[in-house]
Write a new protein. Structure first.
Lengths: 293, 255, 316
């Protein structure tokens, strides 16, 4: 039983990281119907920026995370402006292919500049402590990850529900043309969406570095894919769906890895994806809307 | 004996009811019109007949067989063809190829033959080309046969769409706002074309139109649709004077 | 009659040119004038041509974005190796069975997946490609992640040349037929195509199966030249490699796919020492082509006899 709860906590931490990344996917898809292939790699950049913040500038972990979020927010906005905006009126396939290009670019430009080897997060930045509660050994890194993620998600919910920006984001994702007619600056709204999504991914990247202590240029690929599956599972374009999906994927993976065959751990994500797409592509929280002919 | 008979047709999208209790009849050789305000559900009815949507309830009896819920390509093979409100040509294919597609359901050679290029392939292709050119010539598009469909002027695109639909050798032709975007002169020519193809190809025709001169001019019977239900049905002169129709759609005459 | 004579004359001319090309290269190889480096790149080039032309059938002509092509290549590679190395069959049997099995894989994956549209289809094919890789990684019979080494070299120039010509001819003949028109109509407007009597699902699956079959052929040829195969060889990066070729050449042009395959192979050879730069270039190709010239090099035009004729006679 204790073992099970331990696994659950691991699953929640992992799920928190996936949820943060999944939010970026779902927000961007909701607003411009693009699967941002490069999103996982933004998480990677976030992790690296966090790493350099800790090692080069010797900041503490919170400052590193905030700094990383700002840098990646800017990066996300730049990418949207340069690579995705020109294709806003093209087919979704064209945009998807371009996103693949951006993803490859981020990965291999990082390899080119920093080399393919992994970097290790300094231990001093986050001394691992274990709390003993009711016979469970809870690590402070789990607490850090889960609490930070929840805080960020709450902030996001606030932005979406209570600010003008959030309202604009919801309007544009429902009907871009009508939003323009209402005087909403669609370009600005889309930029902000990318900024927020990228910032969340960056936070996830720093958390990943704290949790797994190593970062490498290709680290964004697999978590990115799993977070994408999480977003689809919850219902792509639906924010609470991404949160739920993220935690579900985290728990699922931990269970499979802990109790099943860890060789198939990665394949679980692919399997889940195929199942969702074939059974209910709109996801857990999604609604079915037919195509108008 | 009616060619097509629709009974108790219902279709909803999510919570929105698009078509309710739709009943309709068209006899062989008739030219019937379906009119109504925008959003009344006219194109939805067309989509239901041609298999793009599956009805929630009801039957569509065509040539004594219930075709409700069949896939579009089967319904086409059974003899119903259509054109679209916003022209849907195969833009990057030539005018000739657009019409040749219509022949595919009866393709005279097999897959293996086309890969191996046996003589029956060349004979088959020649036949398909001949047939397609026949239609192009009828619709005065023969000189543009190698032009890409997207490069044609609007009026010729509409003609090509009708030609392509006719090339599937239908018994029932469904036209969705064929006069959209046309000036009165072009509309008059279209009316003549519709009458002519009806006679020459022995067709029954069902059309949606907003242009009342065309509707009143060619239709033998008219159904009026509003909010997914039929509010009136009858001869053009009856419809013109029907109070409900005037209220919902045609508008009062200015005194 | 004159038209018939012209066609026949042109056909003979083309056959002669191909025969000359074949003989030339064969001579260079037999005379030992083509060293290891050139042979490797020549083989890669022709395998890439088969991969690009077959992917173009799915992505370009049918308009269905498939990102899992490497998975079918893997199926073909492993199948052929099992047959020749473990079951002692001759090469031709290995090739034929590889084609059949990858075609079957294309069918099994295609039928459920091709119900999806656009980017959902793309992601599903990507996922299936990875699933194939993971499955292979976990099968002990083929050594899992370590893969199979020491595969007998059976891919000689005649096999390579023949397979490539076969692929191109089959696909070109398919496209220039009523079946090809049906396939292209699916790309142009799926709804209109269905309403004109085309069973679009059948044709999407057909294109997918043919594409998968030739990818399997390419995989079999690859395995029997480069003597090692492991699941990692056929990952999504390989699928992206092929995608870059098809995008660059022009989605919907077989000629474009061939030219791009040649170009990318040359680029890969030139940048062998700088793999990161090569990938950065691929990334830039994808981005720049999609933004500035989405129709790629050739658009959907082919270098046809008519074009050649006009070039020769200097007419416009």
């Amino acid at each position: 039983m204790l073992e099970f709860i331990q696994q659950m906590i691991n699953g929640l931490s992992l799920g928190a990281i996936y949820a943060l990344i999944a939010l970026g996917y779902t927000m961007v898809y909701g607003i411009i119907k693009l699967i941002n292939f490069a999103h996982g790699d933004i998480m990677m950049v976030g992790a690296f920026v966090g790493y350099f913040s800790l090692t080069l500038f010797g900041t503490n972990i919170i400052v590193a995370m905030v700094f990383s979020m700002v840098v990646c927010a800017v990066l996300g906005v730049l990418i949207e402006k340069i690579a995705y905006r020109p294709l806003r009126n093209s087919t979704r396939i064209a945009a998807l292919i371009t996103a693949i290009g951006v993803s490859l670019f981020l990965e291999y430009a990082t390899i080119f500049i920093l080399g393919p080897a992994q970097k290790v997060f300094p231990e001093a930045a986050f001394k691992i402590k274990a709390y003993n509660i009711a016979g469970l050994s809870i690590l402070n890194k789990d607490v850090f990850v889960i609490i930070s993620a929840v805080v960020l998600m709450l902030i996001l919910q606030y932005i979406i529900k209570w600010t003008k920006t959030g309202k604009a984001m919801r309007a544009v994702s429902l009907d871009m043309e009508a939003a323009v007619l209402m005087g909403i600056s669609v370009d600005k709204t889309i930029s902000i969406t990318f900024a927020i999504g990228s910032a969340l991914a960056a936070a996830a990247g720093v958390m990943y570095g704290v949790y797994y202590s190593t970062v490498n240029p290709l680290m964004g690929i697999i978590p990115g894919l799993k977070a994408f599956v999480a977003a689809v599972l919850g219902g792509i374009g639906i924010i609470p769906g991404a949160m739920a999906g993220g935690f579900i994927m985290g728990l699922l993976e931990t269970m499979v890895s802990g109790y099943g065959n860890s060789l198939y751990r990665d394949a679980v994500a692919f399997g889940v994806l195929i199942l969702i797409l074939l059974i209910k592509p709109t996801g857990l929280f999604g609604k079915d809307s037919g195509e108008k002919v | 004996m009616s060619l097509i008979e629709i009974q108790n047709l219902y279709k909803s999208f999510g919570g929105l009811s698009a078509v309710q209790d739709f009943n309709f009849r068209l006899d062989k050789g008739e030219l019937v019109g379906l009119i109504g305000p925008n959003g009344a559900g006219k194109t939805t009815v067309f989509n239901l007949i041609t298999g793009v949507y599956k009805p929630d309830k009801g039957s569509i009896i065509f040539n004594e067989k219930n075709i409700a819920g069949m896939p579009p390509y089967t319904i086409c093979a059974r003899g119903i063809a259509r054109t679209f409100q916003n022209i849907r040509l195969f833009n990057d294919l030539t005018v000739l190829d657009n019409v040749k597609i219509a022949a595919h359901k009866d393709v005279p050679y097999g897959l293996l033959t086309s890969i191996l290029r046996t003589p029956s392939f060349f004979k088959g292709e020649a036949m398909i080309e001949q047939e397609a050119m026949k239609y192009l010539e009828i619709f005065k598009l023969a000189d543009k046969k190698d032009e890409l469909a997207k490069n044609l002027p609007y009026g010729e695109q509409r003609r090509l769409e009708i030609a392509r639909a006719l090339a599937t050798k239908p018994t029932l032709l469904i036209l969705d706002e064929p006069a959209a975007g046309m000036n009165p002169n072009e509309t008059k020519k279209l009316m003549e074309l519709i009458e002519w193809i009806r006679k020459d190809f022995d067709l029954s025709i069902l059309l949606i139109e907003h242009d009342m001169s065309l509707v009143m001019g060619v239709c033998e019977r008219i159904y009026v649709l509003d909010y997914g239900s039929i509010i009136a049905e009858g001869l053009p002169v009856e419809i013109r004077n029907n109070k409900k129709v005037i209220e919902a759609y045609l508008g009062e005459e200015v005194e | 009659m004159q038209e018939y004579k012209n066609n026949w004359a042109r056909f003979c001319g083309e056959v002669l040119i191909l025969a000359a090309l074949f003989t030339l290269v064969q001579y260079l190889i037999t005379a030992g004038l083509l060293d290891q480096y050139y042979q490797i790149n020549l083989t890669s080039m022709f395998i890439n041509i088969i991969l690009a032309v077959s992917l173009n059938l799915i992505n370009g002509f049918t308009g269905q974005l498939s990102l899992g092509h490497a998975g079918f290549m893997a199926v073909g590679a492993y199948t052929s190796v099992i047959l020749t190395q473990m079951l002692g069959q001759p090469f031709i049997v290995g090739l034929i069975v590889a084609c059949m099995v990858s075609a079957l894989a294309g069918f099994i994956i295609g039928v459920p997946t091709l119900r999806l549209k656009g980017d959902y289809l793309a992601i599903a094919t990507l996922a299936f490609g990875e699933i194939i890789r993971v499955i292979l990684q976990n099968i002990d019979y083929v050594n899992g992640p370590a893969g199979i080494l020491g595969i007998t070299k059976m891919t000689t120039w005649p096999w390579l040349f023949g397979a490539t010509i076969l692929t191109i001819v089959v696909i070109v003949n398919l496209i220039n037929s009523s079946y090809g028109r049906a396939i292209i109509s699916v790309r142009e407007d799926e709804v209109a195509s269905e309403l004109m009597g085309v069973n679009t699902t059948t044709y999407k699956v057909l294109a997918f199966v043919f594409g998968a079959m030739f990818a399997g052929l390419a995989g079999a040829l690859y395995a029997h030249f480069f003597y090692i195969i492991k699941p990692e060889t056929f990952n999504f990066l390989k699928s992206f490699d092929i995608l870059v070729m098809v995008v660059l050449g022009g989605l919907g042009s077989t000629t474009g796919a061939i030219i791009a395959a040649v170009f990318i192979t040359a680029l890969t050879a030139a940048l062998q020492a700088f793999p990161a730069i090569r990938m950065i270039l691929y990334a830039l190709i994808l981005i720049i082509v999609m933004i500035f010239r989405p129709q790629g090099l050739m658009g959907n035009k082919e270098l046809s006899r008519q074009t050649f004729g006009k070039i020769w006679s200097g007419r416009k």
